[in-house]
Design a protein around this ligand. Structure first.
Ligand code: HEC
Length: 171
């Protein structure tokens, strides 16, 4: 290495060294300005505090004899059954509320209402078969018709009425 190279190398190292020190200084300076604000912001953020509280909450609570444990009492729902789905009143309502989910657009292979070519041979089987397939469900060539359209709470007669309604729309 020539003397000139030596000199260049030394100067270059000093310059890099100074830049590193300046960079670290700037980072420290920026943090010292920002930190108090950031801490205050987190402390003032109710959502953030709630998250912290929920993540650091104890996994369980302990009932203490003689103490007021009402906050952790197991609440009975007074035997109130979950609100049952309202029962449709007639065939048309049932079709709209239940069957149309598949039969309006022909979902999952369901014969589409209005597609007379698809319904013709099905109707030709006779009402008894259609009733039984609708009430008990069945697996056909194109898909699975769930019993009562998966609404087991529907009375058989209502399902029959609905089949009548569907048949009428496809004749
Ligand atoms: C989850 C989708 C689905 C729902 C909901 C549904 N169906 Fe179906 N249904 C089908 C499918 C799929 C078929 C055709 C199955 C096959 O033939 O492969 C079918 C076929 C039928 C058939 C023709 C039966 C036959 O023998 O050809 C009738 C009638 C019928 N459904 C009535 C109803 C009625 C009434 C309801 C409402 C209470 C209903 N479906 C709700 C999917 C559904």
């Amino acid at each position: 290495m020539s003397k000139q190279d030596d000199h260049f190398f030394n100067t270059f190292s000093v310059v890099i060294g100074i830049l590193v020190v300046v960079t670290i200084g700037l980072i420290a300076f920026a943090r010292s300005i920002g930190n108090p604000f950031e801490e205050a912001k987190i402390a003032a953020d109710a959502g953030m505090q709630a998250q912290v509280a929920s993540r650091t909450a104890p996994v369980g609570t302990v009932a203490v004899a003689g103490a007021d444990n009402s906050a952790i009492a197991i609440k009975s729902d007074d035997g109130a059954a979950p609100a049952a789905l309202a029962l449709p009143k007639n065939g048309e309502e049932t079709y709209k509320a239940v069957c149309s989910a598949c039969h309006a657009a022909g979902i999952a292979g369901a014969p589409k209402v209005g597609d007379k070519a698809a319904w013709g041979p099905r109707i030709a089987q006779g009402k008894a078969t259609l009733y039984s397939h609708a009430i008990n469900g069945y697996k056909g060539k194109v898909g699975v018709m769930p019993a009562k359209g998966a609404r087991s709470d529907l009375p058989d007669d209502l399902v029959k009425e609905t089949v009548d309604y569907i048949v009428k729309m496809n004749q």
